[in-house]
Write a protein that binds this ligand. Structure first.
Ligand code: G6P
Length: 491
């Protein structure tokens, strides 16, 4: 937080993302405020609260239009305004093409390599371009200076950086790609690869979570675009314009706001066990995320099946609570996953359940952050088994929730977070047997070992928190701006 305060360049900050930080929905005649389940939002919201500025996002709630002024703006957080939210409207047809189609049926599976075939349709691409232009226009309309710092977020806006550059040539544009960047061969599937690379290279800086993704990006540019690549200075120059390619591992705020007001761990343990009708001594593992096929939800259920087969002593004593927030349910790949997960949970419960006890409890609904943190605090273990994930902030939130320094994190080697949280039990989610053994080891882990591991992981997340993530990017932006000023003086 201090780093952010000292490095904050004297400039206007504008964020562009698809998902908005606050959603207003109408339910039973009343207006309800929702915090969306989105890693991007959990990371950026505290940064915007600290920096101020304007956040431009798609107004997606059923009551969103009722809350804005004539310019579609709203001061947020609603309880204690610190920055401005500008909502951009997208019709259902546009949403089907730009968001569900190109972004989530094309780029999402393309970048995650989770063996779901990416779909690329000409009409989706047309909507994607239209909406990118609409957001770029909104940036130009909201900017009150010729050279704001514009933070473009994620795969929904690969074309926006170039479009913003045309409208505001002096802007410092930092684009952060929250998901993995695949190798050049995989990216080559995309029919619009050159346009996407060209769009992104309108940025001043492109950020990824890991060096590995930066390297993949360099290889992709090298293969498909005629440009100058300097891997030593980590820069790509296209038509005289330089873009820096840098790793910035994203994180969470410290301490997390959702920790405020939490009951002591013992009380959380009791409350959650009571709510699920479990004995006070029951062992609980939790999994909490959007119901997404990249998260490896089926794979972790398979590993629980193997655990209860190889170690029947856990039957009746071990319960896995999976909280899954419905997401992108319009898409067949997502609704299919929901059906498969429900069927698999039933099957495993039938096989290993006894005396009314069910080893898998699947709760399919959205949970607000305080509920999520209560579950983290009540659990003995947390399972993050992503098949591929840029970072994964659930892993960091679990660690942040455990101020008692107890609890074990089981973490996929294919999540960026595994590079930082090395004291987790690192697993390959495709290998059900070894994941089952990791579960068994976690359940048997002595308290002092848990404490030592958790202590180190908490130190890591505390030091490398989201303010540092934003601070590093803004520091790089400040350097670019200073250099430009010096060059201008030199004439
Ligand atoms: C991932 C993406 C974010 C997105 C989030 C939630 O974390 O990187 O851009 O906001 O998933 O998905 P949704 O489609 O609901 O915004």
């Amino acid at each position: 937080h201090d780093l952010l305060a000292t490095t904050l360049p004297d400039a206007e900050i504008i964020i562009v993302s698809n998902r908005e930080p606050y959603i207003h929905n109408r339910r039973n005649g009343a207006i309800e405020l929702q915090t969306p389940a989105s890693g991007l939002v959990s990371a950026l919201e505290p940064v915007m609260r600290a920096c101020g500025g304007t956040w431009i996002a798609h107004g997606s709630g059923s009551a969103d239009r009722d809350m804005v002024d004539a310019q579609d703006r709203l001061a947020v957080p609603p309880s204690d305004p610190a920055y401005r939210l500008r909502r951009v409207w997208v019709s259902e047809e546009e949403q089907n093409g730009y968001y569900y189609g190109l972004a989530n049926e094309g780029l999402w599976p393309l970048c995650h390599i989770a063996f779901v075939r990416p779909a690329f349709r000409e009409e989706d691409w047309r909507f994607y371009r239209t909406i990118n232009q609409r957001f770029a226009d909104a940036v130009a309309a909201e900017a009150t200076t010729p050279d704001p710092i514009v933070l473009v977020q994620d795969y929904h806006f690969a074309l926006a950086p170039r479009m913003i550059r045309k409208l505001l040539p002096e802007a410092t544009i930092i684009t952060f790609w929250h998901i993995p960047w695949p190798n050049a061969e995989t990216f080559g599937i995309c029919p619009w690869k050159e346009e996407i690379l060209d769009g992104l290279l309108g940025s001043s800086i492109i950020g990824f979570h890991t060096q590995f993704h930066c390297n993949n990006f360099f290889d992709t540019v090298d293969r498909f675009i005629e440009s100058r690549i300097d891997r030593e200075t980590a820069a790509v120059t296209l038509a005289g314009h330089e873009t820096l390619i840098r790793p910035y591992p994203i994180s969470i705020e410290w301490p997390p706001a959702a920790l405020k007001g939490q009951l002591p761990v013992e009380a959380c343990r009791r409350a959650v066990r009571e709510r699920f009708g479990l004995a006070p001594s029951a062992c609980i593992a939790v999994g909490i995320e959007r119901f997404d096929y990249t998260k490896g939800i089926l794979d972790r259920m398979h590993s629980i099946d193997v655990l209860l087969t190889l170690h029947p002593e856990w039957r009746g004593r071990f319960t896995f609570i999976q909280v899954a927030a419905p997401t992108r349910s319009k898409l067949a790949s997502y609704s299919r996953l929901q059906d498969e997960a429900l069927a698999l949970a039933d099957e495993i419960n039938a096989r290993h359940g006894q005396d009314g006890h069910q080893p898998i409890r699947l709760v399919v609904r959205h949970h607000e952050p305080p509920e999520v943190f209560e579950l983290f605090r009540a659990a003995d273990l947390c399972i993050v088994s992503s098949l591929h994930d840029g970072m994964n902030l659930v892993a960091k939130e679990f660690v942040a929730a455990r101020d008692d320094e107890q609890g074990v994190l089981i973490l996929s080697t294919f999540a960026g977070a595994s590079r930082e949280l090395t004291e987790a039990l690192i697993v390959n989610p495709y290998d059900a047997r070894s994941m089952a053994e990791a579960l068994n080891a976690a359940l048997l882990m002595p308290a002092d070992e848990q404490q030592e591991r958790m202590h180190l992981m908490r130190q890591q997340v505390r030091e490398q928190n989201v303010y540092r993530w934003a601070g590093r990017m803004l520091l790089d932006a400040a350097r670019i701006r200073q250099r430009r000023r010096v060059l201008a003086l030199a004439g």
